[in-house]
Design a protein around this ligand. Sequence first.
Ligand code: HEC
Length: 106
Amino acid sequence: MKSNIASMIAVAGLTFAGSALAVDMPAEGKAKCGACHAIDRKVMGPSWMDVSKKYKGDPAAAAKIAANITKGGAFGWKSGNMPPKGMNASDAEIKKLSSFIAGLAK
Ligand code: HEC
C-alpha cells in the first residue's frame, strides 16, 4: 500500500509538471493531498475547483472546508472516504490549503 501511494504521487506530480494551469497546487498540497486530488479534475477525490464552487458565496467556506479536511470522511461526492488530514497534514497546512481551495472559484 505504501509503494502504491508513492507511485500515485509520482503520477500526480508528473501530470502537474505538464499542465498549463494558471494556478498550481501549493507544495503542501502536492505532498499531502496530490495522490487523491488535483485542481482541475477528479482523481480519487473531487477536483478542488469543484469543491470551491460548492462553497462559492459562503463567507465561512474556508472554515467549513478546513473542518471537513480535519475530520475526513464523506461529504457527498460519492467517491469514497477521505482520510482525516489527508496524508498527515498539520493544522497550519490545512488552514492554508482550505483558504487556497475556497479562493479558487472566485
Ligand atoms: C487517500 C485519498 C485522499 C487524500 C490523501 C486526500 N483526500 Fe481529500 N478527499 C478524498 C475523497 C475520496 C473525497 C470525497 C469524499 C466523498 O465522496 O464525499 C475528498 C474530499 C475532499 C474535500 C471536499 C470537502 C467538502 O466539504 O466537500 C476537500 C476540500 C479535500 N478532500 C481536501 C483535501 C486536502 C486539503 C488534502 C490534503 C491535506 C486531501 N484532501 C487529501 C480523498 C483524499
